[in-house]
Design a protein around this ligand. Structure first.
Ligand code: UD1
Length: 344
């Protein structure tokens, strides 16, 4: 065993895939999750894939007493990966206080408890949203940070700054800020995947629900952008590839003396793919047609953004390797599994 890792929000989409990869790499995982946007059954999926059931605490990271109890019960936690956060851009505009309170109080509590519990390091799930509408693509970790366009995006920017200030103050911890591009797809086993509440706001879950007939038509938000086919461009990264980067980041902080106390990495594929290209990739990979129509632009959307991932490739020794077609196949197999289980 490599040591104990606390994964907050570990029954969620990225948290569950990361738990599998941590266990595969020999870490012992303790999950804390309030199940506000996930389900305890996810633990069964994780166990079926990795053969190990992670420890599970149902609790809220904004409750510091709950975290204190957790650290008392599970001694010797070496690192934290913090996924516990609200993540819907639109909802954050409607409920800003909920977003600031939840996402930031969670972080403050974790940071405060780290030194006294001898927890050495924390990985923050941040986002390419910090780059806003970039002046040029691909963006590097040194590209300018733009004013956030939503409270959700702002919580990511503030979280990055809080960690930097805490480390600058001399706190005895290390941190890695991981800026995700657009995580998509599911585990190839179809045992775990994304399970959005209600009508999906993000492209891929809406697409797969349309392909299976739960939704009648996918709306493509705009074909008049300054891009080759007029639709927006994103860097769609396979969730398993993404999960593996967290293991690399933890290994580096725990085992490598060269590691700085604060490091930041872009996690993407390095390639931009348009919304229309993504629909094509899905149809090619699965043979299933996706009914779609072009509608007006969605307010607040970025025209194009993709990441330069050289730093993660060279320093973390990590590279996204799963193709977009393969990723679309996993997203589809997950959707089929949800239907089989009568969930969707
Ligand atoms: C947003 C956030 C990102 C967050 C991600 C997942 C911003 C700028 N981006 O990414 O930080 O990590 O959500 O929560 O805050 N689209 C359609 N039809 C749909 C849905 C989407 O055409 O039904 C298009 C969108 O216009 C966009 C692309 O698909 O061009 C991707 O959209 P989405 O999946 O919602 O992710 P982002 O907005 O890129």
């Amino acid at each position: 065993m490599k040591g104990r890792i606390l994964v907050t929000g570990g029954t969620g989409y990225i948290g569950s895939h990361t738990t599998v990869e941590l266990q595969n790499a020999g870490y012992e995982v303790i999950i804390i999750d309030n199940l506000s946007n996930s389900n305890e059954n996810v633990l069964d999926g994780i166990e079926r894939i990795s053969g190990i059931r992670p420890h599970f605490v149902k609790g809220d990271c904004t409750d510091i007493d709950c975290l204190k109890k957790l650290f008392a019960e599970y001694c010797g936690i070496k690192g934290i990966i913090n996924f516990a956060a609200c993540k819907a851009v639109g909802e954050s505009v409607q409920k800003p206080l909920q977003y600031y309170r939840n996402n930031l109080n969670t972080l403050y509590n974790l940071l405060e408890l780290m030194p006294e519990n001898d927890v050495k390091c924390i990985v923050l799930s941040s986002s390419c949203t910090v780059y806003g509408e970039p002046d040029e693509n691909p963006v590097t970790e040194n590209s300018p940070i733009k004013k956030a366009t939503s409270p959700y995006g702002n919580t990511k920017q503030i979280a990055e700054e809080v960690i930097a200030d805490y480390i600058n103050s001399g706190a005895p911890i290390k941190s890695t800020l991981l800026r995700y591009f657009n995580p998509v797809g599911a585990h190839p086993s179809a045992e775990i995947g994304e399970l959005p509440n209600g009508v999906p706001q993000n492209l891929v879950p809406f697409l797969t629900q349309t392909a299976i007939g739960v939704r009648s038509e996918l709306s493509v938000f705009g074909n008049d952008y300054n891009t080759p086919d007029g639709s927006c461009i994103r860097d769609f990264i396979n969730v398993v590839d993404l999960a593996k980067a967290h293991v690399c980041a933890l290994d580096r902080m725990l085992e490598n003396d060269d590691c700085e106390s604060l490091e930041t990495y872009n996690l993407g594929t390095g390639n931009g793919v348009s919304v229309l290209e993504l629909i094509n990739a899905f149809e090619k990979a699965t043979g299933v047609k996706v009914p779609y129509k072009i509608v007006g632009r969605r307010a607040g959307d970025i025209e194009k953004v993709w990441g330069d991932t050289t730093k993660a490739n060279e320093i973390l020794g990590w590279k996204a390797c799963i193709s977009i077609e393969e990723t679309m196949r996993t997203a589809w197999n997950w959707q089929l599994k949800l239907r089989e289980r009568g969930i969707m």
